[in-house]
Design a protein around this ligand. Structure first.
Ligand code: ZN
Length: 129
């Protein structure tokens, strides 16, 4: 998981967060083995910005992968940066209940959770289709 952590930290350095000054990085290891990273990207029109996890998911989908094996999140200004509510649902869309979530600080992984733990009773895609 060190490579995933380093990808998330590297992505955080590319955040566009001039307004909040709260850079966040996320990295996903997908079922194809590839790592897809992302950072938060803010906008002067504040509601138009989005989270690091969302950027990483976008990269994964555009890379041709569909399933998240594990995901790491880091924010330099928080000891641990759990995904926001919206990102929990976005991650759940492409995860299994046991998909690992690593909450990191600048030195490495500090807490390991599962998607089911951070979003119990999620709106489940298996009932739709
Ligand atoms: Zn979010």
């Amino acid at each position: 998981m060190q490579d995933l952590f380093e990808a998330a930290r590297g992505a955080m350095a590319r955040a566009h967060a001039p307004y909040s000054k709260f850079p966040v990085g996320a990295a996903i290891r997908a079922e194809d083995g590839a790592i897809y990273a992302g950072a938060n990207i803010e906008n002067l029109s504040f509601p138009e910005g989005w989270c690091a996890e969302t950027t990483a998911i976008s990269h994964m989908i555009m890379g041709g992968a569909k399933r998240i094996v594990e995901v790491a999140v880091i924010a330099e200004k928080l000891a641990l940066c759990p995904p926001c509510g919206g990102c929990r649902q976005r991650l759940a869309e492409f995860s299994d209940a046991g998909t690992k979530l690593y909450l990191c600080d600048e030195t490495g992984v500090k807490k390991t959770m599962t998607i089911a733990e951070i979003l119990p009773h999620s709106f489940a895609t298996d009932v739709i289709g």
